[in-house]
Design a protein around this ligand. Structure first.
Ligand code: IDP
Length: 136
């Protein structure tokens, strides 16, 4: 059954020129792009997006990072799209968790600057797509 997920190429991924690489991997996996936008992220949007991390010590720094440069927001659709993109992204820590062959495993070294975001559940995907693409 087809489902949708929200993918972000974070500011580090955009500034390093990895937007095409990420899109290419999404397409090669067999997933489709439904909406795509280069966005300058407001503090309010960043805080809402990462609301579940509000109490974490890295929250302020994470919001600063996400608002520090443009991101590319993408709605991705396909069979098992949520888990499939999480697999493409790799684990949160690009060195300890993400395996080579994944986006983070191939291109990242730092936990915060881990290049991409992908929704982690059907509920998060719905909430995040509504937040980033209210007109979709
Ligand atoms: P995920 O992006 O793999 O789903 P989450 O645990 O939801 O990981 O964390 C959200 C984002 O917060 C991560 O992608 C990363 O950018 C950042 N982050 C997570 N843990 C840490 C940390 O310990 N220090 C700094 N940043 C972190």
């Amino acid at each position: 059954m087809s489902e949708r997920t929200l993918v972000l190429v974070k500011p580090d991924g955009v500034s390093r020129g990895l937007v095409g690489e990420v899109i290419s991997r999404i397409e090669r996996k067999g997933l489709s792009l439904v909406a795509l936008e280069l966005k300058h992220v407001s503090k309010e949007l960043a805080e809402q997006h990462y609301a579940e991390h509000k109490e974490r010590p890295f929250f302020g720094s994470l919001v600063e990072f996400i608002t520090g440069g443009p991101v590319v927001a993408i709605v991705v659709e396909g069979v098992r799209a949520i888990a499939a993109f999480r697999q493409l992204a790799g684990g949160t820590d690009p060195v300890e968790k993400a395996v080579p062959g994944s986006i983070r495993g191939d291109f990242g070294t730092e936990v915060q600057y881990n290049l991409v975001h992908g929704s982690d559940s059907a509920d998060s995907a719905k909430r995040e797509i509504d937040l980033w693409f209210p007109n979709l």
